[in-house]
Write a protein that binds this ligand. Structure first.
Ligand SMILES: [Zn+2]
Ligand SMILES: [Zn+2]
Length: 288
């Protein structure tokens, strides 16, 4: 199995169009070593011919152009076989509308996410006016074969984040995906949004070769400290990296070969290559 990180920034990207925080300013002016990042999305494949997109970011067009294995190989063609969604957030689903030139788009999503996209944000309702959408309902705990020995199993990621659509009580609002390669027996986990590493979620991370995990904020009160928002990371549905209860400490001892933070907010100091926070990650063998 191969995984390609197409984008590693949280919603808004890095820099964000209306943000003048220290990180966004530094990457704009080049005053600190940092590179711009597009909004989070990953592509996975078993054979480097057929690819599956994990979330469709608003930057999907540029992400496809920047990664030649996703280019068409004929007149009207794409190596993308389906889009797998972790939730219905706009920064994970707006890209679906940019894929509307497809004749048919296969979308894997839980019933709760599908419902939100059709009747809440209306992303799928709009998309269906342009192309055929084939919905594959995602059921946590059930193995789904993607071909060539690649399969996934989704798992529930509980959240108390306030819902913009629906009641917020629906099961399956947020899921993670654990991919398994039958040939190597190795697994990878995609988890761009996690509020709490419950025992059930931790169980899904165990013994995986590669974990791509929510690195939205360094501090829980990062946005408040910078005067940018009134919400903590937890209130926004994200477990912060730092602190005794942060993900960095909690991931210790989980027997994961490679940990990579993705979905990193532009306020997170790890985006600056010369920051002490980035150095700390490097010392722990964790990537950003
Ligand atoms: Zn997001
Ligand atoms: Zn910023």
């Amino acid at each position: 199995m191969w995984l390609q990180v197409l984008g590693s920034a949280a919603g808004g990207g890095f820099p964000q169009w209306n943000c003048g925080c220290p990180g966004c300013s530094a990457v704009r002016t080049g005053s600190r070593p940092a590179r711009p990042r597009t909004q989070s999305s990953v592509a996975v494949t078993a054979d480097q011919r057929e690819w599956f997109l994990l979330n469709a970011s608003p930057d999907v067009r540029g992400q496809i152009e920047a990664f030649p294995p996703l280019h068409p190989r004929a007149g009207r063609d794409t190596p993308l076989r389906a889009v797998l969604l972790t939730d219905a957030e706009l920064d994970h689903t707006l890209g679906l509308l940019l894929l509307r030139e497809a004749q048919t788009l296969e979308v894997h999503a839980t019933p709760a996410v599908y419902e939100t996209l059709r009747h809440g944000s209306g992303v799928l309702a709009t998309l269906e006016r342009y192309c055929r959408v084939e919905w594959r309902p995602v059921t946590p705990g059930v193995d789904v074969a993607l071909g060539e020995g690649l399969s996934y199993r989704a798992f529930d990621v509980p959240t108390t984040k306030r819902a913009r659509f629906g009641t917020g009580a629906e099961a399956g609002r947020v899921v993670g995906y654990r991919f398994t390669d039958a040939h190597s027996g190795r697994a990878a986990v995609y988890l761009p949004g996690v509020q709490r590493l419950t025992p059930e979620v931790r169980e899904q991370l165990r013994d995986c070769a590669c974990l791509l995990i929510d690195g939205t904020c360094w501090h829980d009160d990062e946005m408040i400290r910078l005067g940018l928002a009134a919400k903590t990371a937890a209130e926004m549905g994200h477990l912060p990296i730092a602190g005794p209860d942060g993900s960095l400490e909690q991931l210790r001892g989980l027997a994961v070969e490679r940990v990579i933070y993705i979905h990193i907010n532009n306020t997170n100091p790890v985006l600056l290559d010369d920051s002490p926070e980035r150095r700390l990650l490097a010392e722990r063998g964790v990537e950003a």
